[in-house]
Design a protein around this ligand. Structure first.
Ligand SMILES: NC(=O)c1ccc[n+]([C@@H]2O[C@H](COP(=O)([O-])OP(=O)(O)OC[C@H]3O[C@@H](n4cnc5c(N)ncnc54)[C@H](OP(=O)(O)O)[C@@H]3O)[C@@H](O)[C@H]2O)c1
Length: 253
């Protein structure tokens, strides 16, 4: 029987207080991993998840828009866990910003999106790569988006661009550090039923979203999590650099 066994693995999940991050954390804990649960504002939800998974998981608060907090977060996790085996860069934002609107709002939204989605991921990958080299290897799973390939609607240009950056970042890490035991993967979800998607669905309606799908229901966070656990397990190391689309057949390329 094929079993995903993460026993003895220490794994940091950013944005574990959110819809997809919580499902990833719970699934990997159920596979035996010890989880570092990162959150920003939703401490209550993060505590609920910690309680639900137990497994000696730890909570970490950090604003990923602030690079000093990113270094603090990573060092704290390494201090507590001794060794980190896997990092899941999942935290993200999608700010609605009309390109026909005010320039300053557009620029502020653009910079904020890049800070949280791309710059923080890039910095956490840098810190993780250094740690993994020291420890003889490690795995990175970055949560990108279908938008990186298909493009997005006009209000989410920055979001799509930030997710495109994650794809090439991950591919470059995979190619540059494979011989040092580091593997890196992208996950590219389509719409997933979480708070983030709610705003979009509110704007564009259920039909706009469901008409796109090949399957008969919207993707749930639990449809994403098992693939992340599988990539973290080591069974897929020779797929390093790849992107796994999980979009209910809404964009096949
Ligand atoms: N839902 C979708 O349709 C969809 C589709 C494609 C890709 N994705 C990607 O999947 C990932 C997870 O999204 P989700 O749908 O689970 O969204 P979500 O439920 O809104 O969760 C977002 C997470 O990111 C954290 N976060 C937000 N701003 C932050 C900041 N400044 N610093 C640190 N953490 C911050 C949130 O923490 P707090 O709540 O604690 O503040 C939360 O844990 C994101 O990268 C998203 O782009 C989602």
């Amino acid at each position: 029987m094929l079993k995903i066994d993460l026993t003895g693995k220490n794994i940091l999940v950013t944005g574990a207080s959110g819809g997809i991050g919580a499902a990833i954390a719970k699934t990997m804990a159920a596979c035996g991993a010890r989880i570092g649960l990162h959150y920003f504002q939703n401490e209550e939800r993060a505590k609920e998840i910690q309680k639900a998974i137990d497994n000696n998981s730890e909570l970490y608060r950090a604003d990923l828009a602030d690079h000093t907090q990113i270094a603090g977060l990573f060092n704290e996790v390494v201090n507590d866990f001794g060794q980190l085996h896997v990092i899941i860069n999942n935290a993200g934002i999608s700010l609605e910003s009309d390109p026909a609107g005010d320039d300053m709002k557009y620029l502020n939204d653009w910079h904020k999106t890049m800070e949280v989605n791309l710059n923080a991921t890039g910095y956490l990958c840098k810190l993780a790569v250094a740690h993994f080299i020291e420890k003889g290897g490690g795995k990175i799973v970055n949560i990108s988006s279908r938008a990186a390939f298909r493009g997005d609607t006009k209000e989410y240009l920055a979001y799509a661009a930030s997710k495109g950056g994650i794809i090439s970042l991950t591919r470059s890490i995979a190619r540059a550090y494979g011989k040092l035991g580091i593997v890196a993967f992208n996950i590219a979800p389509g719409f997933v039923r979480t708070d983030m998607a709610k705003d979009f669905i509110k704007n564009y309606g259920d039909e706009f979203v469901s008409n796109d799908l090949a399957l008969d229901r919207l993707t749930e966070p639990d449809d994403i999590a098992p693939m992340v656990a599988f990539l973290a397990s080591g069974m897929a190391d020779h797929a390093t650099g790849c992107t796994i689309d999980i979009n209910a057949g809404s964009y096949v390329h």
